[in-house]
Write a protein that binds this ligand. Structure first.
Ligand SMILES: NC(=O)c1ccc[n+]([C@@H]2O[C@H](COP(=O)([O-])OP(=O)(O)OC[C@H]3O[C@@H](n4cnc5c(N)ncnc54)[C@H](O)[C@@H]3O)[C@@H](O)[C@H]2O)c1
Length: 258
């Protein structure tokens, strides 16, 4: 098969949760540019539609649908809506995240809230969407993890910024997602579903100058991630180009942990 065909997502239906967020917007654009029919599932359909109207200029096929992944009824409604509109689902990009904790000393209730969305809700929506992908004959799940799910925080990145240490819940649920990827790669194999993850480093979003200085000098590539960096990685994992890649994690950190 021609490599362009291997990487093409033409006629594939792809769901991205949190598709209007920082990385989500890049992922949505990438899947759309690879000719997929993309669904952005968001708690704010208005926000998602704003992102879509920017992208419609480029003629991409993107639809917004509501979901709160912490609400089982909402997850089932999204599944029904996708089935009713497209009659199938081929790719699920598990990208949404809630960050209720701000630092190590944040209230423990915020840890619970984080788990409700980022652990229980994340698993619930993954299982339901895997069911829909299975009904469609198989496909690909791409979990957006983080380098913070693989390594402890480098506290020297925060020196001189006035910031507190990063929150523990994030390291906990991202580490869980990293391992869940390998579990699902085996458990869903009989449904012809591949499951892989991407663990990005930080994306540039106008962060504190001191933080940028601290961080970038540890990255061989010499910068934070830009808006293009995740695009090819996700399209590769979503498409037939990665047909023999299953249960792996791609660390996308510019070489910071090399
Ligand atoms: N921003 C970074 O530097 C960075 C670095 C490494 C990994 N990541 C990962 O990339 C992914 C996206 O991160 P981001 O920084 O772009 O996030 P973001 O905060 O910009 O977007 C996250 C999206 O998730 C949505 N969301 C939150 N709770 C939800 C719920 N209950 N139901 C449905 N949607 C919900 C939010 O509304 C938002 O649109 C995350 O999985 C994150 O862990 C981000």
């Amino acid at each position: 098969m021609h490599v362009k065909e291997l990487l093409s997502l033409k006629n594939k239906v792809c769901l991205v949760t949190g598709g209007a967020g920082k990385y989500g917007r890049c992922i949505t654009e990438a899947l759309g540019e690879a000719e997929a029919k993309v669904v952005i599932a968001s708690r704010s359909v208005a926000e998602a539609n704003k992102v879509i109207s920017e992208m419609k200029k480029d003629g991409l096929d993107i639809t917004a649908m509501y979901v709160d992944q912490a609400d089982h009824a909402s997850v089932l409604k999204l599944k029904d809506e996708i089935k009713a509109k497209f009659e199938r689902l081929d790719v699920f990009v598990n990208n949404a995240v809630l960050r209720p904790m701000k630092t190590y000393t944040s209230p423990v209730d915020q840890f619970s809230e984080s788990m409700r969305v980022n652990a229980t809700g994340m698993f619930d929506i993954t299982r339901e969407m895997a069911d829909l992908i299975g009904q469609s004959g198989g496909g690909s799940i791409v979990n957006i993890c983080s380098m913070m799910g693989m390594f402890g925080p480098d506290l020297s990145n925060y020196e001189g910024t006035g910031w507190d240490v990063p929150p523990p819940d994030y390291f906990f649920h991202k580490g869980g997602m990293f391992t869940l990827t390998r579990y699902l790669a085996r458990v869903l194999a009989d449904k012809n579903i591949r499951v892989n993850s991407v663990s990005p480093g930080g994306i540039f979003a106008g962060q504190h100058e001191q933080f940028l200085n601290n961080y970038t000098k540890k990255v061989p590539v010499g910068r934070l991630a830009n808006n293009d960096d995740i695009k090819g990685v996700v399209v590769f994992l979503a498409s037939q180009a990665s047909a023999y890649v299953n249960g792996i994690n791609i660390l996308m950190d510019g070489g910071m942990h090399s």
